[in-house]
Design a protein around this ligand. Structure first.
Ligand SMILES: Nc1nc2c(ncn2[C@@H]2O[C@H](COP(=O)(O)OP(=O)(O)O)[C@@H](O)[C@H]2O)c(=O)[nH]1
Ligand SMILES: [Mg+2]
Length: 354
């Protein structure tokens, strides 16, 4: 144990110093008051003396966060490879200075090389040289991403289901949307949850439904869902939002169950929720696995926890599905917006300087 003595005017002062120096795990071993300073017994000051200690971490624990020589060499090789790839990237050499900056920028945002090249070619072809280049880039990338497709309640009751991995923001997004539709647009909204796996999940949605003052139904199987939608709720609501169990993307059994539950004769529209803070490789695996549920739209969450937005382009290209909404924070109902091309390009091109 590392032990040290601290002196200060008050106990709070001393504890503050101890925490700063020894960390939150420090323990107080002894305290006492004493007088200090002064001349001939006059002008002395009361001070507090505290002895504190902290258990020293074993060497091995400390070292686990350090990079080994091999780690450093691997990193060097990786950086060198990236540098070589960039240097020998033939495509780059024929570009104007501005387009080189854009190409490099999109590369850093994580846009896959093939899509990046496609975009740059498109901009080369279509940008009007009379116009401001940045505005032209925004316009062309906006067109490339296509119009967003948010939920449009119609004359008939519309049932919209939300699917995606656990913790991606399904329930929170449903709460945001139901508040928007029920409170702002005065639509008749009803919630159904099939997420009965955890008690807390139902409670979470129930709390929102009570605040927004809309009904919530809990269903356990397809028969109940069918009866509820086709008999009890039909024509009484403009919009029914269906929350589903948080499925691990590689749990095929669970995904199979979900597929059985959400047949097309019940659900009109399915939004697959993707946390944009997820690694590109994992996003691809998620979409591949969830494709058995034939999602109609992609809904992007957690843009506030993301620094690279290239996956917006990668997703659009690879899956050809429209985006419905983007969410960018935990606040219900504020942190959601329809996925308009303008909003998406704001994120993607936010720091671009050409
Ligand atoms: N930062 C951030 N957090 C979010 C966003 N959407 C949801 N969350 C948080 O993510 C966590 C999981 O959300 P939840 O809706 O329960 O996910 P579910 O398991 O898919 O239903 C909660 O703490 C939410 O507040 C978002 O856009 N940004
Ligand atoms: Mg949930």
């Amino acid at each position: 144990m590392r032990i040290k003595k601290y002196v200060g005017e008050t106990v709070q002062d001393v504890i503050f110093k101890i925490k700063a120096e020894l960390g939150p795990d420090a323990i107080i071993l002894n305290t006492h008051k004493l007088k200090k300073g002064g001349i001939l017994g006059m002008f002395t000051k009361d001070v507090v003396e505290v002895v504190a200690g902290v258990e020293e971490k074993r060497k091995q624990e400390k070292d686990s966060n350090l990079l080994t020589v091999k780690d450093i060499n691997d990193l060097k090789t990786m950086i060198q490879d990236m540098h070589n790839q960039w240097q020998t990237d033939k495509f780059r050499h024929d570009l104007s200075e501005e387009l080189t900056i854009l190409y490099q920028y999109l590369n850093r945002q994580g846009v896959a090389r093939e899509y990046n090249i496609e975009l740059i070619k498109l901009i080369k072809q279509e940008a009007n040289p009379e116009q401001d280049l940045l505005l032209e880039i925004r316009r062309i990338i906006g067109q490339y991403l296509g119009e967003g497709q948010p939920i449009m309640p119609g004359n008939d009751t519309k049932v919209v289901a939300f699917i995606g991995p656990t913790g991606v923001g399904k329930t929170t997004t449903i709460a945001k949307l139901s508040a928007r539709f029920a409170l702002d647009e005065k639509k008749r909204v009803c919630l159904i949850t099939a997420d009965t796996y955890r008690i807390a999940a139902v409670q979470q949605l129930r709390t929102y439904s009570e605040i927004i003052n809309i009904p919530l139904h809990v269903i356990y199987n397809q028969t109940e869902l069918l009866k509820l939608v086709n008999e009890d709720l039909k024509d009484n609501y403009d919009l029914i939002l269906l929350d589903t169990v948080g499925t691990s993307w590689n749990d095929r059994i669970q995904l199979g169950k979900l597929k059985k539950l959400m047949t097309r004769d019940i659900v009109n529209e399915t939004h697959l929720i993707i946390g944009l803070n997820t690694k590109s490789r994992v996003i691809n695996e998620i979409i591949n696995e969830f494709s058995i549920l034939s999602p109609d739209k992609l809904l992007l969450t957690k843009l506030d926890e993301t620094v690279a937005f290239g996956d917006i382009i990668n997703l659009k290209n690879k899956y050809k599905l429209p985006f419905s909404y983007i969410t960018f924070g935990q606040d219900v109902p504020d942190d959601i917006r329809p996925a308009a091309p303008n909003s998406l390009t704001d994120y993607l091109l936010g720091d671009l300087n050409v």
